[in-house]
Unconditional design. Structure first.
Length: 601
């Protein structure tokens, strides 16, 4: 927060600034910084208001010797955030910079690109994010141009627990080289904890573009010194400690599911979010699992180890900091260096057997089945990655519930090899915390899953906990008095026990805020019925909504999302009297218009 004592502003101005700053997007802050410095005679950015109409594109119109195009492929916003940050830094160093989502970039402009930086996330099993599908297809298609005039660099974001780690970035890197482009620096593949390797990649890029001695001009440094202090930002390294103010199991007695509705207080945090954003929760590992793992490895839980330059006990490191419940291929290869167990090495040589083994198992399984290992506690810790935060779609609107964030968490419990397993974050919330306790959180923006204008009708498809963001959507539209119609497709196992937020949906249906509600309860009849079946039954009306401009939103697991997409293609094909190819082109056009958005995990 800006304070009177540290600033040249009077009390009234400080109050106005502190009300404005939390509401600004990163892009608006970039523009405002440039505008203020320009009006004080310091030439940094000359960006008239009309240039900011598209928040995903930042341009500097001033001539420069080098023009840099930064394209991002982003599903949840991490790649976009980095691209915009790097674009702003290069722009302030005097380069001519364009930052754009791949979906907004005109492919024929590739002929004019000089330096191309790509920041690409990977979605699902090696697939490009939704906003990169068209560009990815174009670059790998017959119409892709020769790019021997282009110098490029690729930064990949991914999750090493997936088989095709950082595949989208690898695809772009390889294809650009095939098309004749020259590599500026080597590609860097980042795991979930991407901040440090991404920064090193950017420093290498900057050195190449500007030379080793490049530094910001003095006037830029002066401008930076006078920039307004921004509201404190929370992150994985600096989370907000939110108090639990409500915790409810949404499933009825007799359900084989457990779904926690969690309400958190954000009071005095300054945190803001929009419907469609996610809340990241930093969990702790299960103490019984940690104790069993340490005992199995024969270590002393009090032994001191170093993690990220911090010294702490082994028990503390495994409880609070490191991931121990998820096995990945890279981790298994690291562990293999410290054991001569023949079965373990044979497992690594059989890709299919390895894939089956790591599914649902954890480090305790490896320790008990493939020991002994030749290492000390520090060497063991060095093999592990930091425990990532778990992200949940925020199921409330800030307009409806100021200073609060609600999340909807499906509790994960299952059994493998006779031992009960627990989802790290879901059981941490379900079993260890209660009202009055605190959890560490921060907001993860999701710019690719956002409500349209108030007049546009929307179709929301969200079975199970996938319904969470749509509760926020409807709350927001109700608060805004939006005139656009709202249609929800929801599904789960049983009507009596698994109709999440039933009372709220029926209340909105009665009041007219929710225009239509179609539900599918798969286990209430002999033949399983899912949301896509309900969509096909309403195919005529579904297509009519598309034709009158409706936006479609899908949230939930990837298998459901594939089935839903095929149902949409079938509806377009049959109701629009189109070929399958034409139907897919129609859907792709919806995607380009941001009328088909997905939040899929």
């Amino acid at each position: 927060m800006l304070e009177v004592i540290n600033s040249p502003f009077n009390e009234k101005q400080v109050k106005q600034l502190n009300e404005l700053l939390p509401t600004l997007t990163p892009q608006q802050k970039i523009w405002l910084t440039g505008y203020l410095t320009a009006t004080t005679g310091i030439a940094v950015i000359d960006a008239p208001v009309e240039k900011i109409a598209s928040p995903s594109v930042v341009q500097s119109p001033s001539p420069a010797k080098k023009h840099v195009t930064i394209l991002y492929a982003s599903q949840t916003g991490n790649a976009q955030k980095l691209a915009e940050k790097y674009g702003n830094q290069l722009q302030q160093l005097g380069l001519d910079v364009t930052v754009s989502s791949m979906s907004d970039f005109k492919t024929n402009a590739l002929k004019k690109v000089q330096y191309l930086l790509i920041v690409a996330s990977t979605h699902g099993e090696g697939e490009p994010p939704d906003n990169a599908i068209s560009f990815h297809n174009f670059l790998h298609g017959k119409r892709a141009p020769k790019l021997d005039h282009v110098t490029f660099a690729v930064l990949s974001l991914g999750d090493s627990s997936y088989e095709y780690f950082c595949q989208t970035g690898k695809d772009f890197d390889l294809q650009l080289e095939k098309l004749g482009a020259k590599r500026l620096v080597e590609r860097v593949d980042c795991d979930l904890d991407y901040a440090e390797p991404a920064e090193k990649w950017f420093e290498a890029v900057k050195d190449k573009l500007l030379g080793e001695a490049a530094a910001a001009p003095a006037n830029i440094q002066e401008a930076a010194a006078t920039t307004l202090q921004e509201v404190k930002e929370y992150s994985r390294k600096n989370p907000f400690h939110a108090e639990i103010i409500e915790k409810i199991n949404l499933n009825g007695r007799g359900s084989n599911k457990e779904t926690i509705h969690l309400e958190l207080s954000l009071e005095d945090s300054g945190i803001v979010f929009e419907p469609g954003d996610c809340l990241a929760i930093i969990p702790f590992n299960n103490k019984h699992l940690v104790d069993s793992l340490i005992a199995s490895l024969g270590f002393d839980p009090r032994e001191q180890v170093v993690v990220d330059e911090s010294t702490l006990s082994l028990e503390e490191a495994l409880l609070n900091t490191l991931e121990i419940t998820l096995l990945t291929k890279p981790l298994m290869r690291k562990l293999a260096e410290f054991t001569e167990n023949e079965k373990f090495h044979a497992l690594l040589e059989d890709p299919e057997a390895l894939k089956q083994y790591i599914e649902g198992r954890d480090l305790l399984d490896v320790a008990t089945q493939f020991g002994p290992f030749q290492w000390d506690a520090q060497t063991f810790v060095n093999c592990l990655r930091k425990m990532p935060a778990r992200q949940y779609s925020i199921s409330s609107s800030l307009s409806a519930y100021p200073d609060e964030a609600h999340v909807t968490i499906g509790v994960v419990r299952y059994e493998v090899d006779g031992r009960e397993r627990h989802g790290v974050c879901s059981t941490y919330i379900a079993d260890q915390l209660d009202v009055g306790d605190q959890v560490q959180v921060y907001v993860q923006k999701n710019p690719n899953f956002k409500l349209p204008d108030d007049e546009t009708p929307i179709i929301m498809i969200g079975p199970g906990t996938g319904v969470a963001p749509f509760r926020a959507f409807v709350q927001e539209r109700e608060e805004r008095g939006a005139s656009g119609e709202n249609w929800l497709f929801f599904g789960d196992q049983h009507f009596m026990t698994d109709f999440l937020y039933q009372k709220e949906w029926l209340g909105w249906l009665k009041s007219g805020v929710l225009t239509k509600l179609d539900v599918a309860f798969s286990r209430d009849q002999e033949e399983k019925v899912y949301v896509q079946h309900k969509m096909l039954k309403k195919a005529k009306e579904f297509y009519e909504w598309l034709e009158k401009g409706a936006a479609v939103y899908v949230c939930g697991d990837k298998e459901m999302a594939k089935d839903v997409q095929e149902a949409i293609v079938q509806i377009i094909q049959e109701q629009g009297n189109k070929s399958e190819e034409e139907a897919r082109e129609y859907l792709e056009e919806l995607r380009k218009q941001k009328r088909y958005q997905r939040d899929v995990y």
